[in-house]
Design a protein around this ligand. Structure first.
Ligand code: MN
Length: 393
């Protein structure tokens, strides 16, 4: 049996697959090859996984196991969001070093998904001696991988996984026809992507695109054509929507009311600012705010274009969420505070003794965005001054 050469396997002998994704970057040959060469995979994502991260990890692990690979599916958690709670049991909270020894470091690949640094997985020190593949769709931040399939045009990491799962069977078959004989069917799409995997991938896609609405005009058509194949497996879109949006604790509804009551609609309502404190969460007995609903309701407000939500993580430490419409690049603001995200959705953490001070720092930076001259606005100063250290009762 002759070995398939790189050029040969990569292009010429690859039959045209009509469903192959067009609106995304080509998967680098070395990335596909890595799935062929490595035997043991540690599938990681960022801490505090969202649905895109968790589903990408899960779908990738399921596919690799179907291909006869050994997989450690690992997450630092916590699985706080209701839409991914049901996945938590599939994940280990630690990397099993013994298994790595058993397979050998040179046959082990760590896949880091939905972020681009080992740091964000919480397992950086365990990964020093391993080869690393990054699969991510975020633009900001450096990339520390030996292999990388990163594409900022992709609406979700799950979409990149979807693309890999589409192309992998044929690639593996071409690399080793005898070993992967069973992979050749007419329906390449159905091989690794059955209804169960389709459900999982679609949830990741749906959450990161806000059920399609964050898709970019440039490649929305391609993306929708691609997920149509997931929908063809007869997944139930209404239950996925309910999984994505439902199941929230009643306390989060009260807290949402509080965030809306506290919101300042500044600069003719173009900028919406609000904040939540640790003691609020304690009072309403919730672990986290339903910030997504706050963003959706605020962006639905007349004139509103930019949102800043401050959420106290612990004494003196604040999680900051930004959302924006149109040209406002809040990702660049978050990046200046060491955070990340996209142009219209981003986050960071800052230290400040009280919310008013945190807002001052953040608004000063937001003021550098074209069309948001906040710095000299009297109403913004007034709003900041009005932000108390809120006391319940
Ligand atoms: Mn994502």
């Amino acid at each position: 049996m002759t070995e398939i050469t790189k050029t040969n396997a990569n292009t010429e002998s690859r039959p045209k697959d009509d469903r192959r994704l067009n609106g995304l970057n080509e998967i680098p040959f070395e990335v596909l090859e890595a799935f062929y060469q490595f035997e043991h995979f540690i599938v990681l994502g960022h801490q505090k996984p969202d649905a895109d991260c968790a589903t990408s990890q899960l779908a990738m692990s399921m596919a690799l196991r179907r291909l006869g690979k050994s997989v450690q599916l690992v997450s630092a958690g916590p699985f706080l969001r209701p839409e991914i709670v049901e996945f938590a049991d599939h994940f280990h909270s630690k990397i099993d070093r013994e298994q790595i020894q058993q397979y050998g470091q040179d046959r082990t690949l760590a896949i880091i998904m939905d972020c681009s640094t080992t740091e964000r997985t919480y397992f950086a020190q365990d990964l020093n001696d391993l080869s690393i593949l990054i699969i991510d769709h975020h633009a900001s931040g450096e990339i520390d991988g030996d292999f990388c399939y990163c594409d900022p045009q992709a609406p979700s990491t799950s979409m990149l996984v979807h693309n890999i799962l589409l192309q992998l069977p044929l690639f593996l078959f071409q690399m080793a026809p005898q070993k992967y004989d069973g992979l050749m069917t007419d329906d390449l799409h159905g091989l690794l992507i059955d209804r169960k995997v389709a459900n999982i991938l679609f949830l990741g896609f749906a959450t990161d695109t806000g059920f399609f609405r964050f898709l970019k005009p440039d490649n929305a058509g391609d993306m929708l054509r691609m997920v149509s194949a997931l929908v063809d497996t007869k997944i139930d879109l209404q239950s996925i929507y309910q999984q994505m949006t439902g199941g929230k604790l009643r306390g989060t509804r009260r807290m949402l009311g509080l965030l809306l009551l506290r919101a300042g609609f500044l600069l003719d309502g173009r900028l919406c600012v609000s904040y939540g404190l640790c003691e609020d969460k304690k009072f309403w007995e919730i672990e986290s705010n339903d910030s997504d609903s706050f963003y959706a309701l605020s962006l639905a407000t007349q004139n509103c274009e930019v949102i800043l939500l401050l959420d106290e993580a612990e004494e003196g430490l604040w999680n900051v969420g930004f959302r924006s419409l149109k040209q406002h690049d809040v990702g660049s603001i978050a990046a200046q505070f060491g955070g990340g995200g996209h142009k219209n959705a981003a986050g960071c953490r800052i230290e400040a003794p009280e919310p008013g001070r945190a807002l001052e720092l953040l608004l000063a930076k937001l003021s550098t965005l074209p069309g948001l001259s906040i710095q000299h606005s009297e109403e913004v100063r007034e709003y900041i001054a009005s932000v108390p250290k809120f006391q319940m009762g």
